[in-house]
Design a protein around this ligand. Sequence first.
Ligand code: HEC
Length: 95
Amino acid sequence: MKIFSCICLALLLGLGNSVAFAGNEQCAELINTRCQGCHYKSRICQALGKKSKWKWKRSVSNMVRYGAKLSGAEQKIVIECLSSAPVGADYVCKE
Ligand code: HEC
């Protein structure tokens, strides 16, 4: 029984990831590689759905000022996807 539920969970997680990655691959990649050096992704997850695009822009430029390594184009991608991500989006909220 325990083994069975493990397999189910693995399948569910796998499926969730591939769906999230289909549309937001680049954004997920950026968040995973550039946004976890100073705090957990949970910090970003908590802010989903609470900020306008303008506020995300401000947050992301703050991060860059603190030292996050993102080019102008990469910042745009991250701002775009974070301001439209649903609360609890897999690629932000799952480790
Ligand atoms: C160089 C270190 C550093 C990196 C890299 C970094 N952050 Fe932060 N982040 C911080 C610090 C320090 C705080 C707390 C101070 C604050 O609230 O501005 C913070 C707080 C936050 C907050 C909560 C405050 C707010 O503005 O809503 C969010 C959301 C956030 N970071 C998102 C991100 C994202 C998205 C990335 C990747 C683009 C990122 N961080 C990368 C240092 C960093």
